[in-house]
Design a protein around this ligand. Sequence first.
Ligand code: ATP
Ligand code: MG
Length: 568
Amino acid sequence: MKFSKMFIPTTKETPNDATLPSHQFLLRAGFISQTGAGIYDYMPLGKIVLDKIRAVVKEEMDNSGANEVQFGFVTPLSLWEESGRATTMGNELLRFKDRKNSDYVLSPTNEEAVVNMVKNRITSYKDLPINLYQIYTKFRDEARPRFGLMRGREFLMKDAYSFHSSAEDLVREFNLMEETYKKVYTRLGLEFRVVEADSGAIGGSGSKEFHVLANSGEDTIVVCDSCDYGANIEAATRKPNTKDKLETIAIEKIETPNCKTIEEVSSFLNADAYYSMKAVIKNAIYENDSKIAVFFVRGIDELEETKACNSIGALELEDANEDDIIKAGLHAGYCGIVNLPKDVLVVVDNELKNDNNLVCGANEENYHLTYVDLTSIEGLKFADLIAVKEGDTCACCGGKLSYTKGIEAGHIFQLGTKYSSAMNANFLDSNGKAQAFVMGCYGIGVSRLVAAVIEQNHDEKGCIWTKETAPFTVDIIVSNSKKEEEAQAGENIYNELKQAGVEVILDDRINARFGFKMGDFELIGFPYAVVIGKKLADGFVELVDRKTLEKTDIKIEDITAKILELIK
Ligand code: ATP
Ligand code: MG
């Protein structure tokens, strides 16, 4: 391909709202063009990269034995009513009516569609397992589309759905998908980590995420410094943080004027904050109503909201405002576990289960209780609620846990029978008994990966594509295309590299100066440039490595062999 024939509109201007390097460089280097909030067009270079990533994903999915299909981008709302997600998906599900006033949605994911495809077509355990996937457009009306391709509203996803006759067989496929995903990210040249994850609104149990490590990642991942443990903070666990058990003593109520925070109370009572309870008051949102919920964690811990939300099966948690708190009969800063109003939801962190000597609010302005014994309170609901902190101890090996940032590039779930049961999709087992299909689902953010490659691989000048994702491997820069001999040498090397099977682009633009061509090379981020300039007279060209920006003089007759060696 030649620059003179390609549409590559590079620019120096960075749009105001583009804060991430991938967002800025993909726009500036002419890969993508924004048409609306979270909606992007792919220009020629962007389309090449997107297709390359898609091809790797397709090849590895095909190798795993999955079958490619394609679902309609538009699905009838009735399918979503069958599964119950017409209500639970909330506003991310974009609905519209057709001319006959029938309701439709733009597919944000396709569990319903795949169950509909398989239902009544696979009827016997003998035809299981099967894994169906597509690589196709999704639409989610995200509350905050941002960061360019990273969180779009319209985006490209690989979504796969597997059907099994048993939970064991699902686990086998789940593990196969994990191995398949690792091959995909490795081939793309990415540094990544597989972590335990929260299953979120899709439901089911057992899920793992694949994170591309990058400082700009939206997710906090907890990793161990001495073993393989890794988990999204939403699902991370630690070795329980324990201290000596104190004596059991009868409860006392103590005046604690104006002491609302754990620090204020502990210092007023001259007590160790470890032996105290922190109350976090939230407004829990459900399908048709909302409720006040109080979550208790140890005074030195923080609440993890996703865990808290899951513990009460809410759709989401909002901060409770002062009015909500007063209306519920609670006192901010003095909320405690004893004598709480009946209609608030209460959950206590697992690590407090055996504590018998704690300080907490007295549910009365300016008062706290001491010596509270949780083992004597009946009917308490316990769950894992804490946010693991850096420096906590790994539950697997005793090592130290720390944080790192990741971009979620894939997610695999063991769904179980959630959708098949809801949609009445059954097969006959070996005893001739009807059973709901056991399902798994597996996503890869194909368009998000375009951005993730750049988040992990860039410098202040622009993109640095990995070998497998680069739109072209080599950019031949003719310093001055008006000079006949330079232009001719460029053509010759171009033909030679093409013949050798190298993906190459020739910068043959007559009216562009060398500095401009070099700037485009650095901004676009092809792995290598071959510069044809002054040294041509002595029989040399210059090889530039985009990653290191190192320059080496190479004899013109050796350049093809040199490049083949580098990309081998
Ligand atoms: P997130 O937590 O980032 O919103 P999700 O849990 O909603 O992701 P899934 O439903 O598991 O994501 O979708 C599978 C994959 O699709 C994700 O791992 C991610 O790579 C990609 N993806 C999800 N939402 C978007 C989006 N708005 N834009 C681009 N890619 C996305
Ligand atoms: Mg999401």
